[in-house]
Design a protein around this ligand. Structure first.
Ligand code: GTP
Ligand code: MG
Length: 137
């Protein structure tokens, strides 16, 4: 079994889509191991999105992710990392995310794409330490 970090970004929380995201995670058969609604500060945002430092959208992404509460969850199950990426859909909600995915069904613009999911075992390990440092292995 595997663990991944899932975020419902400020757009999703603001639009009342937390329940929808959790519902799809549960329907897929994945389990919630931890969950927390929190305001992201600049430092956490920079660390979380460190791989995008220097890109043209970096500043805008930090502003967005710190703009309102985020639901952070540890999601667990066989192949949880890929399974949640499938539920989320591709990064661009129109060009890449399929209908039936969260982004495909609920988002229009690449920045406001509703959810985050770790993209590899290495990312998951790094992000889980960052967001849930006290979680038991
Ligand atoms: P995350 O799960 O949030 O990491 O999304 P992802 O892995 O599908 O995409 P990626 O890590 O490449 O980009 C991180 C986030 O930056 C995306 O989810 C978008 O919110 C935002 N982003 C990516 N590309 C662009 C872009 O070209 N313009 C803007 N404004 N935002 C972008
Ligand atoms: Mg990513």
């Amino acid at each position: 079994s595997e663990r991944t970090l899932v975020l419902v970004k400020p757009d999703g929380v603001e639009r009342g889509l937390v329940g929808e995201v959790i519902s799809r995670i549960e329907r897929k058969g994945l389990k919630l191991a931890a969950m927390d609604l929190r305001q992201v500060d600049r430092k956490l945002a920079e660390q979380h999105y460190a791989e995008h430092d220097g890109k043209p959208f970096f500043e805008s992404l930090l502003e967005f992710i710190t703009s309102g509460p985020v639901l952070a969850a540890v999601v667990e199950g066989p192949r949880a990392i890929s399974a949640f990426r499938q539920i989320a859909g591709g990064t661009d909600p129109v060009d890449k995310a399929e209908a039936g995915s969260l982004r495909g069904d609920y988002a229009l613009e690449v920045q406001y794409n509703l959810v985050h999911g770790s993209d590899s075992p290495e990312s998951a390990e790094r992000e889980l330490k960052l967001w849930f440092p006290d979680l038991q292995a």
